[in-house]
Design a protein around this ligand. Structure first.
Ligand code: NAD
Length: 505
């Protein structure tokens, strides 16, 4: 089918415009992996191989780190010292990505299984636009140099300054669920700060990173070595990047389990780590909330991108007296949403990324059955799909907050309903989790909702449907959901060092 009889470019047409995605970006050059190995990237909705990516090696990773180190240490084209130039390059990158939005959108739907609807937000358009926020921040940041004035500590008259400097080489290790968002939410602030970057992309979504590298190399003035992108099937390249002494900041997004390993690797060199990890967030419904609005919001939230979002609310904590009413309403909405073709503009819940993830989710559904749960809707694969990786939106009742299914991150469209006995109990249940990434509170009384929100130990919170996701809003976790904040000015500060200078006067 061609664009003449179809409103959207096909995968092949998109690649024709964008160029070969089977490349690594190392020191300004687009090149195949050492030895020329490649691997397939798969459409999760159909299991169809879309094409290949470069299967980078340890030698490639080593070269990428060396390039980033050299670019930083030689202050290539004044990269580390010229925020105006950096802002220019970031805006060029944003504009280039936006000029290819049509092609990137189709490739994102195909490779990530992301519903088209979400590519107009967090899956593509929003993080691309946010590069402009970080460009503005680089130019307007007023704390690059702060004058603390003169004092005489220990009797020595001194003029004191605090200067902020780029932290150095950033190793960015990213997952597959929102690849553009997570790649760009690291690259944007790190480049704005004057760092140089090596991105290690997840093997499930290599093109999101390799095409970003290609566009950066061919359509922007980014100096060689400032941005390097590595794709590979080998997870060990992430470990290599995180443990390399030439790296100054390891910025990782992924599972809590892998985060622990990354932190242990970085500890060898006492490298600064920034971790965005898993979640099992609570959607708390207070007893004065409208039950049908709460049920509907919770149902939509857990179905978004088949539940493959770390900040999705996957525990629905409801007043005991309204448990059945809210659970049934949420189940009805989830059943109506279903799991559908991500190309369809009306789809909210598409496929899950891989057979491995589908099997993992099914393992949790088996465990739920074994633990005595009831599924009010869903419970497995949709009967009508024999290709692709699919899980029906599933609502689980009858399990305690202490059960594994309710405590552990499933990363699929699975919502567990837990009853509470008042605001204090709801807060206790929400906080009874190793995680603390996100959450929601629903109440007719905003003051009461705020009081509950302030007691939940979590990095982001939505009250009555509010949306916190935005380039200028910091995002990150309490407890085992992470260390540090991504996006917003806080996300930019993660990539800066502070130097205090005192001049004798
Ligand atoms: P993952 O932890 O398996 O992999 C993430 C990245 O780490 C990949 O690039 C992978 O190749 C690499 N990696 C694997 N082993 C490594 C090691 N030992 N050392 C260094 N790097 C290694 O996660 P995933 O399955 O790709 O993504 C899903 C997980 O990510 C979920 O747990 C989800 O909650 C989490 N996540 C968190 C956020 C957040 O911001 N908090 C956002 C998205 C996803």
């Amino acid at each position: 089918m061609s664009t003449a009889d179809h409103p959207f470019p096909t995968v092949d047409e998109s690649l024709e415009v964008l160029g070969d995605p089977a490349v690594l970006l190392i020191d300004g050059a687009l090149e195949p992996a050492t030895g020329g190995a490649t691997f397939e990237t798969i459409d999760p909705a159909t299991e169809r191989p879309l094409g290949v990516a470069a299967d980078g090696t340890a030698a490639d990773m080593d070269a990428a780190i060396a390039a980033a180190r050299r670019a930083f240490d030689t202050d290539v084209e004044h990269w580390t010292t010229d925020p105006v130039f950096r802002a220019h390059c970031l805006r060029q990158l944003r504009d280039a990505l936006q000029s290819h939005a049509a092609e990137l959108r189709e490739l994102t739907i195909a490779e990530v299984g992301a519903p088209r609807f979400f590519t107009t937000g967090a899956q593509l358009d929003a993080p691309v636009a946010d590069l402009g926020f970080f460009a503005d921040l680089a130019e307007q940041f007023d704390a690059w140099q702060t004058d603390l004035g003169t004092a005489a500590p220990m009797g020595v008259k001194s003029h004191r300054w605090v200067v902020r400097e780029p932290a150095g080489v950033v190793g960015a290790i990213t997952p597959w669920n929102f690849p553009h968002q997570i790649n760009l939410a690291k690259i944007g602030p790190a480049l704005a700060a004057g760092c140089t970057v090596v991105v290690k992309a997840a093997p499930d979504t290599p093109w999101a990173a390799s095409l970003l590298g290609r566009i950066a190399a061919t359509e922007t003035d980014l100096p060689a070595g400032v941005l390097n992108t590595i794709t590979s099937t080998d997870h060990a390249l992430g470990a290599q990047l995180g443990a390399d002494p030439r790296v100054d900041v390891v910025s990782f997004t992924g599972s809590t389990e892998t985060g622990r390993k990354v932190m242990a690797g970085a500890a060898q060199n006492l490298t600064k780590v920034f971790l965005e990890l898993g979640g099992k967030s609570a959607f708390v419904v207070l007893d004065d909330a409208d039950p049908s609005t709460a049920a509907s919001l919770a149902a939509f939230n857990v179905c978004a991108h088949a539940g493959q979002g770390c900040a999705i609310t996957t525990r629905l904590v409801v007043p005991r007296a309204r448990h059945d009413e809210i659970a049934e309403a949420a189940a009805a909405t989830m059943a109506a949403l279903g799991a559908n073709d991500p190309h369809d503009p009306g789809t909210f819940c598409g496929p899950v990324i891989s057979a491995r993830q589908r099997d993992r989710i099914e393992g949790y559904l088996d465990l739920a059955s074994a633990e005595g749960a009831t599924f009010l809707t869903g419970g497995g694969r949709p009967a009508d799909r024999d290709r692709g990786y699919w899980i029906e939106p599933t609502l689980v009742v009858g399990l305690a907050n202490s059960s594994r299914v309710v405590r552990e991150e499933i990363f699929g469209p699975v919502l567990c309903v837990v009853p509470h006995d008042g605001d204090d109990d709801a807060v206790a249940i929400a906080n009874d989790s190793p995680y603390g990434l996100s959450g929601a509170v629903q109440s007719a009384d905003p003051e009461r909702a705020w009081a509950v929100a302030r007691r939940i130990r979590t990095g982001t919170l939505s009250i009555n449907g509010g949306v916190w996701y935005s380039g200028d809003v910091p995002f990150g976790g309490y407890k085992q959901s992470g260390i540090g904040r991504e996006m917003g000015e806080a996300g930019f500060l993660e990539y800066l060092e502070t130097k205090s200078i005192a001049e004798g006067v």
